[in-house]
Design a protein around this ligand. Sequence first.
Ligand SMILES: [Zn+2]
Length: 73
Amino acid sequence: MFVLFGLRSKDHLVGTRTMTCEICRWEAPQQLIRRTTKFTLFFVPLFPVKPASHYLVCGHCLGFRKADARLPA
Ligand SMILES: [Zn+2]
């Protein structure tokens, strides 16, 4: 008998807002992404293993940086 288990991260688009990018300093659309990581058993995601993390992705330079979860979308 064997058991397949692991972790899977998935990104969800929360919203887009035009802001000044902290990396390139351009006024560009910033996508707020929420990333969740879940424990999987036989490739079926079962439960989250850590709190969700939030990221901002710049529409101009594609810079990827950690964001505050309370940022309004
Ligand atoms: Zn940028």
